[in-house]
Design a protein around this ligand. Structure first.
Ligand code: KG4
Ligand code: ZN
Length: 336
Protein backbone atom coordinates (compact mmCIF):
# COMPACT_ATOMS: atom_id res chain seq x y z
CA UNK A 1 0.00 0.00 0.00
CA UNK A 2 1.48 3.35 -1.06
CA UNK A 3 1.02 6.15 1.45
CA UNK A 4 1.51 9.80 0.54
CA UNK A 5 2.07 11.90 3.67
CA UNK A 6 2.49 15.56 4.47
CA UNK A 7 4.26 17.16 7.43
CA UNK A 8 4.01 20.90 8.11
CA UNK A 9 3.72 21.28 11.89
CA UNK A 10 6.60 23.73 12.33
CA UNK A 11 9.31 24.98 9.98
CA UNK A 12 9.89 21.92 7.78
CA UNK A 13 7.66 21.31 4.79
CA UNK A 14 7.82 17.66 3.78
CA UNK A 15 6.01 15.29 1.43
CA UNK A 16 6.88 11.58 1.33
CA UNK A 17 5.72 8.38 -0.27
CA UNK A 18 6.23 5.20 1.72
CA UNK A 19 5.25 1.66 0.88
CA UNK A 20 3.50 -0.05 3.78
CA UNK A 21 5.53 1.56 6.60
CA UNK A 22 8.64 -0.22 5.36
CA UNK A 23 10.06 1.16 2.13
CA UNK A 24 10.67 4.87 1.66
CA UNK A 25 10.08 5.68 -2.00
CA UNK A 26 10.62 9.41 -1.53
CA UNK A 27 10.99 11.86 1.36
CA UNK A 28 11.24 15.47 0.18
CA UNK A 29 12.07 17.82 3.08
CA UNK A 30 12.55 21.57 2.96
CA UNK A 31 13.83 23.29 6.12
CA UNK A 32 12.70 26.92 6.00
CA UNK A 33 15.66 29.26 6.02
CA UNK A 34 13.41 32.31 6.47
CA UNK A 35 13.56 32.10 10.29
CA UNK A 36 17.33 32.16 10.72
CA UNK A 37 17.45 35.96 10.76
CA UNK A 38 14.86 36.09 13.56
CA UNK A 39 16.52 33.49 15.82
CA UNK A 40 13.27 31.51 16.11
CA UNK A 41 10.24 30.36 14.14
CA UNK A 42 7.78 33.13 13.21
CA UNK A 43 4.45 31.28 12.78
CA UNK A 44 3.02 33.58 10.10
CA UNK A 45 6.24 33.40 8.08
CA UNK A 46 6.23 29.61 8.45
CA UNK A 47 2.64 29.37 7.18
CA UNK A 48 3.44 31.45 4.12
CA UNK A 49 6.55 29.40 3.37
CA UNK A 50 4.51 26.17 3.58
CA UNK A 51 1.98 27.63 1.13
CA UNK A 52 4.80 28.63 -1.23
CA UNK A 53 6.62 25.28 -1.20
CA UNK A 54 4.02 22.56 -0.68
CA UNK A 55 3.03 22.09 -4.33
CA UNK A 56 6.63 21.84 -5.64
CA UNK A 57 7.48 19.41 -2.82
CA UNK A 58 4.41 17.31 -3.60
CA UNK A 59 5.46 17.15 -7.25
CA UNK A 60 9.03 16.31 -6.27
CA UNK A 61 7.89 13.51 -3.93
CA UNK A 62 5.84 11.92 -6.72
CA UNK A 63 8.71 12.32 -9.19
CA UNK A 64 11.32 10.87 -6.80
CA UNK A 65 9.05 7.88 -6.14
CA UNK A 66 8.43 7.42 -9.84
CA UNK A 67 4.72 7.58 -9.04
CA UNK A 68 1.57 9.43 -10.03
CA UNK A 69 -1.30 10.33 -7.74
CA UNK A 70 -3.15 7.34 -9.22
CA UNK A 71 -0.58 5.00 -7.58
CA UNK A 72 -1.36 6.32 -4.10
CA UNK A 73 -3.64 4.24 -1.85
CA UNK A 74 -3.74 6.34 1.32
CA UNK A 75 -3.16 9.99 2.23
CA UNK A 76 -1.88 11.05 5.66
CA UNK A 77 -1.04 14.40 7.24
CA UNK A 78 0.07 15.74 10.60
CA UNK A 79 -2.83 17.41 12.44
CA UNK A 80 -1.02 18.26 15.71
CA UNK A 81 0.72 19.12 17.89
CA UNK A 82 2.34 22.13 16.26
CA UNK A 83 1.70 25.67 15.08
CA UNK A 84 -1.90 26.06 13.94
CA UNK A 85 -1.23 28.03 10.73
CA UNK A 86 1.53 25.73 9.47
CA UNK A 87 -0.51 22.63 10.42
CA UNK A 88 -3.53 23.92 8.50
CA UNK A 89 -1.53 24.31 5.28
CA UNK A 90 -0.42 20.66 5.09
CA UNK A 91 -3.63 19.27 6.54
CA UNK A 92 -5.85 21.22 4.13
CA UNK A 93 -3.69 20.21 1.18
CA UNK A 94 -3.92 16.54 2.18
CA UNK A 95 -7.66 16.67 2.82
CA UNK A 96 -8.13 18.40 -0.54
CA UNK A 97 -6.25 15.58 -2.28
CA UNK A 98 -8.30 12.95 -0.46
CA UNK A 99 -11.60 14.70 -1.17
CA UNK A 100 -10.81 15.20 -4.84
CA UNK A 101 -9.66 11.61 -5.42
CA UNK A 102 -11.90 9.76 -2.96
CA UNK A 103 -8.82 8.12 -1.42
CA UNK A 104 -8.82 7.31 2.31
CA UNK A 105 -7.28 9.89 4.64
CA UNK A 106 -5.65 9.50 8.05
CA UNK A 107 -4.74 12.40 10.37
CA UNK A 108 -1.51 11.68 12.28
CA UNK A 109 -0.18 12.85 15.64
CA UNK A 110 3.27 14.36 15.06
CA UNK A 111 4.66 12.66 18.20
CA UNK A 112 3.40 9.27 17.02
CA UNK A 113 5.12 10.09 13.74
CA UNK A 114 8.46 10.54 15.53
CA UNK A 115 7.83 7.26 17.33
CA UNK A 116 7.09 5.53 14.00
CA UNK A 117 10.42 6.72 12.53
CA UNK A 118 12.17 3.89 14.38
CA UNK A 119 9.50 1.33 13.40
CA UNK A 120 10.11 2.37 9.80
CA UNK A 121 13.90 2.21 10.08
CA UNK A 122 14.24 -0.90 12.26
CA UNK A 123 12.09 -3.95 11.51
CA UNK A 124 13.77 -5.74 14.44
CA UNK A 125 12.58 -3.20 17.05
CA UNK A 126 10.13 -4.97 19.40
CA UNK A 127 6.51 -3.76 19.24
CA UNK A 128 6.80 -3.41 23.05
CA UNK A 129 9.55 -0.90 23.77
CA UNK A 130 10.49 2.26 25.61
CA UNK A 131 10.55 5.40 23.45
CA UNK A 132 12.30 8.67 24.27
CA UNK A 133 10.97 11.48 22.07
CA UNK A 134 13.38 14.43 22.13
CA UNK A 135 12.75 17.33 19.78
CA UNK A 136 12.62 21.11 19.65
CA UNK A 137 9.10 21.13 21.06
CA UNK A 138 8.90 17.96 23.16
CA UNK A 139 10.73 15.72 25.59
CA UNK A 140 8.79 12.68 26.72
CA UNK A 141 9.41 9.14 27.83
CA UNK A 142 6.78 6.73 26.56
CA UNK A 143 6.10 3.11 27.47
CA UNK A 144 4.93 1.54 24.20
CA UNK A 145 2.89 -1.63 24.73
CA UNK A 146 2.41 -1.84 20.98
CA UNK A 147 1.75 0.74 18.25
CA UNK A 148 -1.05 3.11 19.37
CA UNK A 149 -0.99 1.82 22.97
CA UNK A 150 1.07 4.19 25.08
CA UNK A 151 1.67 5.33 28.64
CA UNK A 152 3.55 8.59 29.03
CA UNK A 153 5.93 7.93 31.94
CA UNK A 154 7.30 11.47 32.12
CA UNK A 155 7.92 14.65 30.23
CA UNK A 156 9.65 17.99 30.58
CA UNK A 157 8.34 20.47 33.12
CA UNK A 158 9.67 23.45 31.16
CA UNK A 159 11.91 23.59 28.07
CA UNK A 160 12.19 20.71 25.63
CA UNK A 161 15.73 19.33 25.21
CA UNK A 162 16.03 20.75 21.68
CA UNK A 163 14.75 24.11 22.87
CA UNK A 164 17.54 24.21 25.47
CA UNK A 165 20.11 23.32 22.78
CA UNK A 166 18.72 26.10 20.57
CA UNK A 167 18.72 28.70 23.34
CA UNK A 168 22.27 27.91 24.49
CA UNK A 169 23.44 27.86 20.86
CA UNK A 170 21.86 31.27 20.40
CA UNK A 171 23.61 32.69 23.49
CA UNK A 172 26.88 31.33 22.09
CA UNK A 173 26.29 32.87 18.66
CA UNK A 174 25.90 29.54 16.86
CA UNK A 175 22.80 30.58 14.88
CA UNK A 176 19.31 29.10 14.77
CA UNK A 177 18.41 26.29 15.09
CA UNK A 178 21.76 25.61 16.74
CA UNK A 179 21.51 22.05 18.12
CA UNK A 180 23.63 20.50 15.39
CA UNK A 181 26.25 23.30 15.53
CA UNK A 182 26.49 22.94 19.30
CA UNK A 183 26.93 19.18 18.94
CA UNK A 184 29.83 19.82 16.54
CA UNK A 185 31.50 22.40 18.78
CA UNK A 186 31.05 20.15 21.84
CA UNK A 187 32.99 17.38 20.12
CA UNK A 188 36.15 19.49 20.52
CA UNK A 189 35.56 20.34 24.19
CA UNK A 190 35.87 18.67 27.60
CA UNK A 191 32.46 17.48 28.87
CA UNK A 192 33.76 17.47 32.45
CA UNK A 193 35.20 21.00 32.40
CA UNK A 194 32.20 22.66 34.07
CA UNK A 195 29.69 20.94 36.37
CA UNK A 196 26.37 22.28 35.06
CA UNK A 197 23.31 21.08 37.03
CA UNK A 198 21.42 17.85 36.31
CA UNK A 199 17.84 18.72 37.24
CA UNK A 200 14.94 16.68 38.68
CA UNK A 201 17.11 13.93 40.10
CA UNK A 202 14.45 13.03 42.68
CA UNK A 203 11.63 12.81 40.12
CA UNK A 204 12.01 9.48 38.34
CA UNK A 205 10.97 10.40 34.82
CA UNK A 206 10.31 14.16 34.73
CA UNK A 207 12.77 16.37 32.87
CA UNK A 208 13.73 20.03 33.24
CA UNK A 209 16.16 21.92 31.04
CA UNK A 210 15.55 25.58 31.75
CA UNK A 211 17.87 25.53 34.80
CA UNK A 212 20.90 24.28 32.89
CA UNK A 213 20.26 26.85 30.17
CA UNK A 214 20.24 29.64 32.79
CA UNK A 215 23.36 28.17 34.43
CA UNK A 216 25.20 28.38 31.09
CA UNK A 217 24.05 31.95 30.60
CA UNK A 218 25.19 33.01 34.11
CA UNK A 219 28.51 31.19 33.68
CA UNK A 220 29.24 32.98 30.40
CA UNK A 221 28.23 36.34 31.92
CA UNK A 222 30.99 36.01 34.52
CA UNK A 223 33.73 35.56 31.89
CA UNK A 224 35.58 38.26 30.00
CA UNK A 225 35.76 38.10 26.19
CA UNK A 226 39.05 36.19 26.08
CA UNK A 227 37.93 33.62 28.63
CA UNK A 228 34.63 33.20 26.82
CA UNK A 229 36.41 32.53 23.56
CA UNK A 230 38.90 30.13 25.17
CA UNK A 231 36.16 28.13 26.91
CA UNK A 232 33.61 27.93 24.08
CA UNK A 233 34.07 24.26 23.30
CA UNK A 234 34.25 23.27 26.99
CA UNK A 235 31.02 25.16 27.77
CA UNK A 236 29.26 23.50 24.82
CA UNK A 237 30.52 20.04 25.79
CA UNK A 238 29.66 20.48 29.48
CA UNK A 239 26.16 21.79 28.71
CA UNK A 240 25.54 18.94 26.28
CA UNK A 241 26.78 16.44 28.87
CA UNK A 242 24.30 17.74 31.48
CA UNK A 243 21.37 17.39 29.07
CA UNK A 244 22.49 13.99 27.78
CA UNK A 245 23.10 12.66 31.32
CA UNK A 246 19.54 13.53 32.36
CA UNK A 247 18.07 11.93 29.25
CA UNK A 248 20.16 8.76 29.57
CA UNK A 249 19.79 8.31 33.33
CA UNK A 250 16.00 8.57 33.32
CA UNK A 251 15.57 6.46 30.22
CA UNK A 252 17.75 3.64 31.55
CA UNK A 253 15.97 3.78 34.94
CA UNK A 254 12.61 3.46 33.18
CA UNK A 255 13.88 0.55 31.09
CA UNK A 256 15.05 -1.24 34.26
CA UNK A 257 11.91 -0.51 36.25
CA UNK A 258 9.46 -1.46 33.49
CA UNK A 259 11.51 -4.29 31.98
CA UNK A 260 12.17 -2.96 28.47
CA UNK A 261 14.89 -4.70 26.46
CA UNK A 262 14.47 -2.35 23.51
CA UNK A 263 14.79 1.43 23.73
CA UNK A 264 14.11 3.81 20.86
CA UNK A 265 15.26 7.44 20.76
CA UNK A 266 13.67 9.74 18.21
CA UNK A 267 13.10 13.41 17.27
CA UNK A 268 15.54 16.11 16.19
CA UNK A 269 17.77 15.70 19.26
CA UNK A 270 18.14 11.97 18.52
CA UNK A 271 20.66 13.21 15.93
CA UNK A 272 22.94 14.30 18.79
CA UNK A 273 26.15 12.30 18.60
CA UNK A 274 26.83 12.30 22.36
CA UNK A 275 23.26 11.16 23.16
CA UNK A 276 23.50 8.34 20.62
CA UNK A 277 26.82 7.14 22.07
CA UNK A 278 26.02 7.48 25.77
CA UNK A 279 22.55 5.92 25.48
CA UNK A 280 23.96 2.91 23.61
CA UNK A 281 26.82 2.49 26.11
CA UNK A 282 24.52 2.72 29.14
CA UNK A 283 22.00 0.30 27.62
CA UNK A 284 24.66 -2.24 26.64
CA UNK A 285 25.62 -2.76 30.32
CA UNK A 286 22.46 -4.84 30.81
CA UNK A 287 22.19 -6.08 27.25
CA UNK A 288 19.50 -3.63 26.26
CA UNK A 289 19.42 -2.42 22.67
CA UNK A 290 19.06 1.17 21.55
CA UNK A 291 17.48 2.07 18.23
CA UNK A 292 17.88 5.51 16.67
CA UNK A 293 16.66 6.57 13.24
CA UNK A 294 19.11 7.50 10.49
CA UNK A 295 19.76 11.26 10.57
CA UNK A 296 17.29 11.82 7.71
CA UNK A 297 14.45 10.52 9.91
CA UNK A 298 15.41 12.26 13.20
CA UNK A 299 14.16 15.76 12.39
CA UNK A 300 10.71 16.52 11.06
CA UNK A 301 9.92 14.61 7.87
CA UNK A 302 6.85 13.17 6.17
CA UNK A 303 8.17 9.59 5.82
CA UNK A 304 7.62 9.04 9.54
CA UNK A 305 4.08 10.48 9.18
CA UNK A 306 3.41 8.05 6.32
CA UNK A 307 4.58 5.12 8.46
CA UNK A 308 2.37 6.17 11.38
CA UNK A 309 -0.54 6.80 8.98
CA UNK A 310 -0.20 3.34 7.48
CA UNK A 311 -0.09 1.62 10.88
CA UNK A 312 -3.02 3.68 12.14
CA UNK A 313 -5.06 2.85 9.03
CA UNK A 314 -4.32 -0.86 9.52
CA UNK A 315 -5.66 -0.70 13.08
CA UNK A 316 -8.50 1.81 12.90
CA UNK A 317 -9.35 2.30 9.21
CA UNK A 318 -9.62 5.70 7.55
CA UNK A 319 -10.09 8.91 9.52
CA UNK A 320 -12.60 11.69 8.93
CA UNK A 321 -12.09 14.56 6.51
CA UNK A 322 -13.42 16.89 9.23
CA UNK A 323 -10.17 16.31 11.21
CA UNK A 324 -8.94 19.70 12.33
CA UNK A 325 -5.54 21.07 13.30
CA UNK A 326 -5.00 20.69 17.06
CA UNK A 327 -1.98 22.75 18.24
CA UNK A 328 -1.65 21.06 21.65
CA UNK A 329 -2.72 17.54 20.67
CA UNK A 330 -1.35 15.09 23.30
CA UNK A 331 0.14 11.72 22.34
CA UNK A 332 -2.46 9.92 24.41
CA UNK A 333 -5.98 11.16 23.91
CA UNK A 334 -8.27 9.95 26.71
CA UNK A 335 -11.07 8.55 24.54
CA UNK A 336 -8.74 6.84 22.05
O1 KG4 B 1 12.04 16.99 15.59
P1 KG4 B 1 12.47 18.34 15.17
O2 KG4 B 1 12.95 18.53 13.75
O3 KG4 B 1 11.33 19.39 15.37
C1 KG4 B 1 10.41 19.36 16.40
O4 KG4 B 1 9.44 18.55 16.31
O5 KG4 B 1 10.62 20.14 17.36
O6 KG4 B 1 13.62 18.81 16.19
C2 KG4 B 1 14.35 19.97 15.99
C3 KG4 B 1 15.31 20.15 17.18
C4 KG4 B 1 15.94 21.54 17.20
O7 KG4 B 1 15.82 22.03 18.53
C5 KG4 B 1 17.39 21.25 16.85
O8 KG4 B 1 18.32 22.18 17.39
C6 KG4 B 1 17.58 19.88 17.45
O9 KG4 B 1 16.38 19.21 17.11
N1 KG4 B 1 18.75 19.18 16.91
C7 KG4 B 1 19.81 18.80 17.68
C8 KG4 B 1 20.75 18.20 16.79
N2 KG4 B 1 20.22 18.21 15.53
C9 KG4 B 1 18.99 18.82 15.63
N3 KG4 B 1 20.05 18.93 19.00
C10 KG4 B 1 21.21 18.44 19.46
N4 KG4 B 1 22.15 17.86 18.68
C11 KG4 B 1 21.96 17.70 17.36
N5 KG4 B 1 22.88 17.10 16.60
ZN1 ZN C 1 9.12 17.02 15.41
Amino acid sequence: MRVLAIESSCDETSVAIVDSAREILSNAVLSQAAHTAFGGVIPEVASREHVRTIVPLYEQALRDADSTLGDIDLIAATHGPGLVGPLLVGLSFAKGLAFATGKPFVPVNHLEGHLAANLLAHPDLDARHLCLIVSGGHTLLVAVERFAEYTVLGQTRDDAAGEAFDKVAKIMGLGYPGGAALDKLAATGNPEAIAFPRAMRKEPYAFSFSGVKTAVSLYLDRLNDDQREAQRADVAASFQEAVVDSLVEKTINAAQEHGFRHISVTGGVAANSRLRTKMSEAAAVENRRVFVPPLSLCGDNAAMIAAAGFLRHELFGPGELIANAIPNLPLVVDDQ
